[in-house]
Design a binder for this molecule. Structure first.
Ligand SMILES: Nc1ncnc2c1ncn2[C@@H]1O[C@H](COP(=O)(O)OP(=O)(O)OP(=O)(O)O)[C@@H](O)[C@H]1O
Ligand SMILES: [Mg+2]
Length: 292
């Protein structure tokens, strides 16, 4: 039941910049060589005319976007432009905000995620989420990872659970650092380790999509590099959508980039095209640090 296969680690092409530094001025963007292949991959997610209101205020306007399978899609744009709102539509986290009203259609493998037959709890196991601030449960490292597989019936017996925990921690690149302290609290780990722990927690329930909302913005450059490397490995198996304020990070980790501005999707395409030859002047201005 647990997917396990060795992952080759491509070398990172450049070191991460300081978190949030990307909009301070023009940045040198180093693109990954495989970027061109991404947009040709089949779409795992299709958003069509997605609009979101919070009460009377419209936060997203008719967003249509295809998100490719086995690739990283970066959502970029100035603060308040609707990136997190869009991300939350994908796994129906906006359902938990009483004033939020979502219209339009989001398909996961052709299935409407808002269909009445879809159980949001199961959807959120298929579409995992990692937040800006690592949020381990107030439980042990082991329990943080074992909880999901246990409640979803993915692993039940002690041995099975131990296997899932070990596999997930290995895939999240954390096993070697925690193998001898699995029963210590998850909160006892460093920020970068906690972020890898919550990624392990998301992986443990065999998700298809992993949503990451500024997963590195609370991390130092070394922890950021480690998480970026992990994202690059996970992309071989998952559809990943990452929100980032760092242009350099978007260029390093993503194959597709979508630029949002004032609640609208301005343009989306291969990351190298967006960064080297954007069609819209607002994209150009944003990626060169003229606003944001
Ligand atoms: N729970 C909420 N209730 C009311 N308005 C909200 C809520 N969440 C977001 N908004 C509004 O919706 C708009 C889009 O917000 P969102 O958080 O999606 O932006 P963002 O692009 O993720 O910004 P940031 O880069 O700062 O995280 C903003 O105007 C914001 O104030
Ligand atoms: Mg946000």
């Amino acid at each position: 039941m647990i997917r396990q296969r060795p992952i080759e680690r491509p070398p990172m092409l450049s070191k991460p910049d300081e978190p949030q530094a990307a909009n301070a001025g023009p940045v040198h963007i180093e693109l990954r060589p495989q970027a061109q292949h991404a947009v040709d991959a089949p779409a795992k997610l299709r958003a069509r005319d997605v609009s979101v209101f919070y009460g009377d205020k419209q936060a997203l306007f008719d967003v249509s976007l295809d998100v490719p399978e086995r690739a990283v899609t970066a959502l970029i744009g100035p603060s308040g432009c609707g990136k997190s709102t869009f991300l939350r539509c994908i796994n129906r986290m906006n359902d938990t905000i009483p004033t939020a009203k979502v219209s339009g259609r989001i398909e996961l493998d052709g299935e409407d995620v808002n269909d009445r037959s879809i159980d949001p709890v199961l959807l959120r196991a298929r579409v995992g989420m990692v937040f800006q601030k690592p949020n381990p449960f107030p439980k042990s490292i082991f329990e943080n990872v074992a909880y999901g597989p246990r409640i979803h019936g993915i692993a039940t017996g002690k041995r099975e659970l131990e296997h899932v925990v070990e596999t997930s921690l290995k895939r999240a690149g954390l096993w070697n650092e925690v193998a001898d302290r699995l029963h210590q609290p998850g909160t006892s780990l460093s920020g970068g380790q906690q972020q890898r722990l919550v990624i392990a927690r998301a992986i443990a329930v065999n998700p298809e999509v992993i949503l990451m909302d500024e997963p590195c913005s609370a991390l130092d450059p070394i922890a950021t590099a480690r998480v970026e490397e992990l994202i690059d490995e996970l992309r071989e198996e998952y559809c990943i959508v990452i929100v980032t304020h760092s242009m350099a990070q978007a260029a390093r980790v993503s194959q597709k980039t979508a630029f949002f501005h004032l609640g609208k999707l301005i343009e989306a395409g291969n990351t190298d095209e967006i960064f080297t030859n954007p069609r819209d002047s607002r994209t150009q201005d944003y990626i060169t640090g003229r606003f944001g």
